[in-house]
Design a protein around this ligand. Structure first.
Ligand code: G3I
Length: 315
């Protein structure tokens, strides 16, 4: 039978998964990662703390292992992420604000430059907003206000003119204050001629919080700005133990995300934030929740996997 990526490709989309270096020695895991998915995103190894742990000291070994894997399996790579308030080494926050912009530009130049030709799309700035749509505090925002976002995009474009440049955030899946803020920001950046190709919608959903309202409309408004959109970190967590009703809700959420993406021409693809419960980030971050992915802890596809195949148009 066709893989998820083959089904998505038939619809002009990619279907990808996050992965992490510590998971690749798991041969059964790697075999599925390499065949079922057409795109991979390193969950940690291209972040600032991994790539520039000390100022000016760059370490690309872990990230390179991910791009090597992708190359060996004919997959595209989403670079994640150049500028983020989290997983930021202490030295960045300790810099005098007047030195932060230069450090950020240098980081982007070195990392995006290193991966030029192997990374297809970058989450240039990750999670710039608070839930109410105000800009999140970070060393970058403290240094230059929201101008850091345009500066980062320009630096990324200079370092890798061929990469698709994205802004990425969570809880912007549907219409709301936070996605409104992303929409305003994207509109302003485009008006100012800043290089921006797409909006990454993380898609960390939870059955107990309901399905985001106006998802298709939200995707479409970004598309109407001339941007691509992508689901970059999809998963749907459940309070454990998951009962039948919750599993049915989860299945419908996955299907509705696929349907929303297929309904919007510029929705270019979907990446799950790892494909198996064996390696999902959810139980560690939300104790008592889990079962958020398409495959169980033994790497067996769950019923929700078949539901996603069906939503993608089956075989
Ligand atoms: O590398 C250290 C290791 O040396 C140490 O022994 C171990 C002990 O806890 O921790 C390891 O670091 C962990 C790292 O993942 C690598 O496994 C961190 O503690 C852990 O916090 C970190 O979690 C990552 C998380 O981002 C951090 O914010 C998750 O794996 C990763 O999936 C998650 O991804 C984020 C996206 O980047 C942005 N969107 C939300 C998404 C989920 O939180």
């Amino acid at each position: 039978q066709s893989t998820l990526h083959e089904l998505a490709s038939a619809q002009g989309r990619f279907f990808g998964s996050a992965t992490d270096n510590s998971e690749l020695p798991d041969a059964a895991y790697a075999a599925l990662l390499g065949t079922e998915f057409g795109q991979i995103t390193p969950a940690n190894s291209m972040k600032w703390d991994a790539t520039e742990p000390q100022q000016g000291v760059f370490t690309f070994g872990q990230g390179d292992a991910i791009t090597d894997f992708a190359q060996a399996h004919g997959q595209s790579v989403r670079g994640h992420t150049l500028v983020w308030h989290s997983q930021l080494p202490g030295w960045v926050a300790a810099l005098p604000p007047a030195q932060v912009e230069a450090a950020m530009k240098n980081h982007i130049t070195e990392v995006a430059g290193h991966y030029r030709g192997t990374v297809d799309a970058w989450d240039v700035v990750n999670e710039p907003f608070n839930e109410d749509g105000t800009f999140r505090t970070s060393p970058f925002h403290t240094a230059t206000g929201s101008d850091y976002i345009a500066t980062a995009l320009r630096a990324a474009h200079a370092a890798d003119p061929d990469a698709e440049l994205y802004l990425n955030d969570y809880n912007i899946d549907g219409l709301g204050a936070k996605s409104d803020a992303m929409y305003r920001l994207a509109s302003e950046l485009i008006a100012d001629g800043v290089p921006l190709d797409g909006i990454g919608i993380q898609g960390h959903l939870a059955v107990q919080y309901g399905f985001p309202g106006g998802m298709q409309q939200n995707l479409q408004r970004f598309a109407d700005l001339g941007l691509d959109v992508a689901f970059t970190e999809l998963d749907v967590r459940i309070p454990l133990p998951a009962d039948a009703a919750e599993l049915a809700t989860q299945t419908s959420y996955y299907q509705r995300v696929v349907e929303a993406c297929l309904a919007v021409e510029r929705c270019v693809g979907i990446t799950v934030w790892d494909y198996t419960d064996k390696y999902s980030w959810v139980p560690a971050a939300f104790p008592g929740q889990g079962a958020a992915t398409l495959y169980d802890e033994n790497l067996r596809p769950k019923p929700v996997y078949d539901a996603v195949r069906e939503a993608l148009g089956h075989d």
